[in-house]
Design a protein around this ligand. Structure first.
Ligand code: GLU
Length: 279
């Protein structure tokens, strides 16, 4: 009797252990910290899938863009090879939740550092500074900047800082929000919206993909400092990612990544890299 029972207990424990390891292997939602995952040789990193030059899932299933290169560089400094990174799409409005639920280890996705977001997540960086602008059809002459959007239908993404800015500071504009900027572009193409608004660098990426079709208008009218979003309170991870960003800037990889992803495609001059903020 006793022996039987102990065998049963042993088998139960083995099944439980298998279930736990399967959950962890499925990636995302696991119990391990980002640094523990990195120690196991793998990371799940949140990026955008539809932002050319920054975070893009290509037709062949590969990923490219400045954010992707930053993610790969940081992963490398944490000891993780590029082929051991699982990239997970992280729409603007879901980023804090994805981090908090451990569905991603960290996020590199045109993610502005803000005080409101800092209540829920921490940020390494900044690694880039952008500013809000507008994208219109090439023949549009009426929208030239934030002063000219009263009565116009302006599209941005749920949970993004540009959407919040329009809602709060430009109430005379008609704000339309979708989950992704590519849905806004569909609206621009069909004529249901007049302008897409978000960071200048994102809009430049869309303009460069369809030469002659769109133009970016107006001077950037906000400051968007891109950070790498991570689990709140993980100071060790934040310090290590900050070290990696500084190394990427110091060894020339940052410049190279910017030029090859954004500089050439969108004819964007490479700006000076920002100073990492060790808050
Ligand atoms: N940088 C802005 C933000 O974090 C806009 C870009 C985006 O939606 O990812 O909200």
């Amino acid at each position: 009797m006793r022996i039987t029972r102990s065998i049963r207990t042993g088998a139960g424990a083995a099944v439980l252990a298998l279930a736990v390891s399967l959950t962890a292997a499925c990636g995302g939602g696991g119990d391990k910290t980002a640094l523990e995952n990195a120690q196991d040789g793998k990371l799940t990193i949140g990026i955008k899938f539809d932002q050319p030059g920054l975070g893009l899932r290509n037709a062949d299933g590969t990923y490219s863009g400045f954010d992707v290169d930053v993610a790969k560089y940081v992963a490398g400094k944490l000891g993780v090879q590029p082929d051991k990174i699982t990239f997970k799409e992280s729409p603007s409005g879901q980023r804090e939740t994805l981090i908090d639920n451990r569905q991603v280890d960290f996020i590199v996705a045109t993610y502005s550092i803000t005080d409101a977001r800092k209540q829920k997540v921490d940020f390494a960086g900044p690694y880039y500074q952008a500013g809000q602008s507008f994208l219109v059809k090439a023949d549009n002459t009426t929208i030239t900047g934030p002063e000219s959007i009263a009565g116009k239908t302006v599209c941005s993404v749920k949970g993004s800082t540009p959407a919040q800015n329009i809602e709060k500071n430009y109430p005379q504009a008609q704000l339309q929000t979708y989950d992704t900027y590519s849905l806004c572009l569909d609206g621009l193409n069909s004529g249901s919206i007049d302008a897409v608004t978000t960071d200048d660098i994102i809009l430049a990426g869309y303009a460069s993909q369809s030469p002659g079709k769109y133009k970016v208008v107006g001077k950037p009218f906000t400051v968007e400092k891109y950070g790498i979003g991570l689990k709140k309170g993980d100071t060790e991870l934040r310090a290590k990612i900050n070290d990696a960003i500084e190394a990427m800037i110091a060894d020339g990889s940052w410049d190279k990544a910017f030029q090859s992803n954004v500089g050439q495609a969108a004819s964007y001059p490479t700006p000076p890299a920002p100073q990492v903020d060790r808050y």
